[in-house]
Design a protein around this ligand. Structure first.
Ligand code: ADP
Ligand code: ZN
Length: 307
């Protein structure tokens, strides 16, 4: 726990707004959380007031919130000058389309607030306190209900036309070996369509978490994720690729991806640590399931001008 001085000017609030659950925390860092809670993602009318209510109650116990950081599922508006800044845009979760996530917190707490995608947040958190500490070119991929990627370039989250949508790239799909057509409503067999938890579940007739580690579907998933990691390596040149999310909890999957990656790069990239220490190039999150919450703290601290 950090010293009292850390909190003498007030505390920071972090909100990781996920498609399944919201994690809200008060504190300053992943190892300095004063109180946290998990709220299921239902409707905006239920979930947002519950999140605000938690933070209001926690603020009374632990001291005034000085800044808030929100990392959200998406797609979301991340351009500060755009009218959709802080809002969910084209999500398949119809109830959340157009929801002003950031606004819900801004209007309840008149303090500086930072906002980004859940995966850019996770990349920020991992770079500040986790597996990517000290690195400024970082890629964080989540493989869960969907697949998403966030990137830091020179330490800053990558935005642009919108924000990267790395889950929806195409990867080689051999339909003879894997006739599954893919689960993505937009693209069918994009990366997310082939390896998200629901796609694995549909192939095997049981939830992804119940598929045995020896099931051949994990070899398919590892191949697609290795192909994607090769593409991301070639396009973004990250110093580390962190793979998180529920599906990555499957024992052995991370190693299978590490083993397949060289096949897709063909020996072309000789730089370290990729060449001889692939375990530190393709890595698990250093913060476990706190990467996103940590990212919220980074955004809050930045909004407060603390770093
Ligand atoms: P979300 O993407 O909704 O934020 P998660 O990252 O926890 O949530 O991903 C949920 C998905 O991960 C589900 O499809 C679930 O079946 C799958 N999952 C959770 N635990 C495991 C596990 N140990 N092995 C494989 N898949 C898992
Ligand atoms: Zn897609």
């Amino acid at each position: 726990m950090k010293s009292c001085k850390e909190f003498s000017d007030g505390v920071f609030a972090s909100v990781e707004a996920g498609g399944t659950k919201f994690v809200c925390a008060l504190g300053s860092a992943p190892d300095a959380i004063l109180e946290s809670t998990v709220i299921p993602t239902q409707t905006p009318e239920k979930t947002l007031p519950a999140a605000v209510g938690f933070l209001k109650a926690a603020e009374k116990k632990h001291g005034k919130i000085r800044a808030i950081g929100v990392c959200s599922f998406g797609p979301v508006g991340v351009d500060r000058d755009s009218p959709d800044y802080g809002r969910i845009t084209t999500t398949p979760k119809a109830l959340w389309r157009g929801t002003d996530i950031l606004g819900a917190f801004r209007s309840a707490f008149a303090v500086p607030a930072g906002f980004d995608t859940d995966v850019n947040g996770a990349a920020l958190g991992e770079a500040r306190w986790g597996a990517a500490r000290g690195k400024s070119h970082v890629l964080y991929i989540t493989v869960g209900t969907g697949v998403g990627g966030g990137a830091l370039v020179r330490g800053l989250p990558l935005h642009g036309l919108v924000h990267p949508e790395m889950g929806h790239i195409r990867v080689p799909h051999n339909r003879e070996a894997d006739p599954y057509p893919g689960a993505c409503p937009w693209h069918g067999d994009c990366l997310e369509g082939l390896v998200c938890g629901p796609a694995l579940a549909e192939r095997c007739g049981k939830p992804a978490r119940d598929i045995a580690p020896g099931d051949p579907v994990w070899d398919l998933a590892a191949g697609y994720l290795a192909a994607a990691a090769a593409t991301f390596t070639l396009v973004l040149s990250p110093e580390i690729i962190i793979l998180g999310g529920g599906v990555m909890q499957s024992p052995g999957l991370l190693d299978k991806i590490r083993n397949r990656l060289p096949e897709f790069l063909g020996g072309y990239i000789a730089a370290e640590p990729l060449a001889s220490d692939i375990k530190s190039y393709i890595a698990a999150p250093g913060l476990g399931n706190l990467s996103g919450v940590a990212g919220g703290f980074v955004l809050a601290r930045q909004a407060a001008g603390k770093e």
